[in-house]
Structure formats: structure tokens, C-alpha cells
Design a binder for this molecule. Structure first.
Ligand SMILES: C[S@@+](CC[C@H](N)C(=O)[O-])C[C@H]1O[C@@H](n2cnc3c(N)ncnc32)[C@H](O)[C@@H]1O
Length: 238
């Protein structure tokens, strides 16, 4: 990864973390000391317990998603980003579909890997025009804009306009839309395509219909990676 991209990503991860902590603090009814203790506890929890932990504190990730005020970046963590990058480097996808790009942190990991490979395209999707402008700026700064095709607007509309097949799909929109969106995306998958979905633990209740659909469908082989926010790793079998 170039040093420009590394520095940009470091800044974007820090910003995202600061925003989430500030929003969580504003929603938490307790002292600063209690808040800091809980934040430390959260970091040491097994990933699969994190969603329930947030929920018992009244701090579910879905609240962050739907809350009013300045839109948060809600970027993937640096660990998840490196996982996305490695998946791209090993799978060598010609076409990646990213559903929910925000200001482009996960997009940068995909595009950086494509730059290393020397070919490929990530189709990014984002509704919020401010985030779209930031994404364009970030991929230009990192020098990977030729690997990114941003479709600004509603993700369902964007998917309905796509054709051909995708080698890799990353789902990271609001968790309660995963299943509907996946069903619309199914026609774009081929045997061997990989579908990754974030927040399987941190938004466990909202993503349950998606998980159940995959588990019960022989066309897919799926497992939840016990890692960071919980990543569903699905391979299209037929
Ligand atoms: C969790 S964030 C994505 C974070 C991003 N993958 C990253 O790592 O930087 C989810 C994004 O989905 C976008 N989103 C939610 N519903 C959408 C829709 N119907 N169409 C397009 N984007 C949508 C939100 O605006 C938000 O930026």
C-alpha cells in the first residue's frame, strides 16, 4: 500500500472511531468514568458478544445508523479493511460490488488491492451526497480513482441497473436491508463468487433473516467469521 493511502486510512479510521465514541457518549446516561470502563470492557469482549453488550447499554449499532444529526462514517475497522484487502489480493476479482460505501474507507482497501493487482473495478454505492463527495476526494488522493466506479443514489436502484456478474460482493448498508438487497443481487452472482457482509454480530437481530436465508439455501455455503463485527463469508456453490 502506498504511504499516501496508509496515512489517509489512518486518519479516516481515527475520525470514524472518534465520531462513534462521541455519539455513544452522547447516548450513554452515566458518568465519564463509567463510560470509559465500558469502552475498555467492549474492546476485550469476544466479537460475538459485542452486539448484546451494546444492546444492554441501549447503544445498539442500529441506533447509530438511524440516529439523527450529522451522518457518521461508520467505516470498517482497520482489521476488517486488511481482511478485505487480503481477500481481494487472493481472489483476484475482476469486478467487486460494494453495497454501502460511505466516505470510502472499505472502498480504499478494495481499490488499493486492485491497484496492486493492476486490474479490476470496484463498483461503490452510496446514498448520501456529502459522503459521495468525500469518497471521490479520498480515492483521488490515494491515486486509485481509476479502480472505482461510484454509483451515487439508492443502492436498490443502483443494483437494478447492473448486469454481468461480480466476483466479490461486500454488504455494509443498514442491517435490516441485507436480505432484500441480497435477493436483488443474487442474479449477479456466479458459482465461486464470494459475498462478505459486515455487522453480523453487532447488528445480530437485524441481520438474522439474511443469515437464516443463507443457511437454508443449498446454492450457498456460508459461515460467520468470529472476527471484529462478525463477517458473514459466503461462497456461491451453484
Ligand atoms: C456502515 S456504512 C458503510 C461504511 C463503509 N463500508 C466503510 O467502510 O467506509 C453504511 C452506509 O450505507 C449507506 N446507505 C444506507 N442505506 C442506503 C441506501 N438505501 N442506498 C445507498 N446507500 C445507503 C449509508 O449512507 C452509509 O454511509
Amino acid at each position: 500500500m502506498t504511504s499516501t493511502a496508509t496515512m489517509l486510512l489512518r486518519r479516516l479510521h481515527e475520525q470514524s472511531q472518534t465520531e462513534v465514541m462521541a455519539r455513544a457518549r452522547a447516548q450513554f446516561h452515566g458518568s465519564n468514568e463509567e463510560f470509559l470502563t465500558l469502552a475498555e470492557d467492549y474492546d476485550t469482549l469476544a466479537p460475538r458478544l459485542r452486539g448484546r453488550f451494546l444492546e444492554t447499554l441501549g447503544l445498539s449499532s442500529e441506533d447509530f445508523e438511524s440516529s439523527q444529526g450529522t451522518a457518521l462514517s461508520l467505516a470498517v475497522s482497520a482489521e476488517t479493511g486488511r481482511f478485505l484487502r487480503n481477500m481481494t489480493l487472493s481472489h483476484k476479482p475482476a469486478r467487486i460490488l460494494e453495497l454501502g460505501s460511505s466516505c470510502g474507507v472499505s472502498t480504499l482497501y478494495f481499490a488499493e488491492a486492485l491497484r496492486t493487482l493492476g486490474s479490476g473495478m470496484v463498483i461503490a454505492t452510496e446514498l448520501d451526497p456529502v459522503k459521495c463527495a468525500q469518497l471521490r476526494d479520498h480515492v483521488r488522493t490515494a491515486g486509485v480513482d481509476v479502480y472505482v466506479d461510484l454509483r451515487e443514489g439508492d443502492v436498490f436502484q443502483a443494483v437494478s441497473e447492473l448486469d454481468g456478474t461480480f466476483d466479490m460482493v461486500f454488504i455494509d448498508v443498514w442491517a435490516n436491508t441485507y436480505l432484500d438487497l441480497f435477493k436483488q443481487t443474487e442474479r449477479l452472482l456466479r458459482p465461486g463468487s464470494i459475498v462478505l457482509a459486515d455487522s453480523m454480530y453487532t447488528a445480530e437481530d437485524a441481520v438474522r433473516p439474511y443469515k437464516q436465508y443463507l443457511d437454508g439455501n443449498p446454492r450457498f455455503s456460508t459461515t460467520t467469521l468470529d472476527f471484529e463485527s462478525g463477517i458473514e463469508f459466503t461462497v456461491v456453490v451453484s
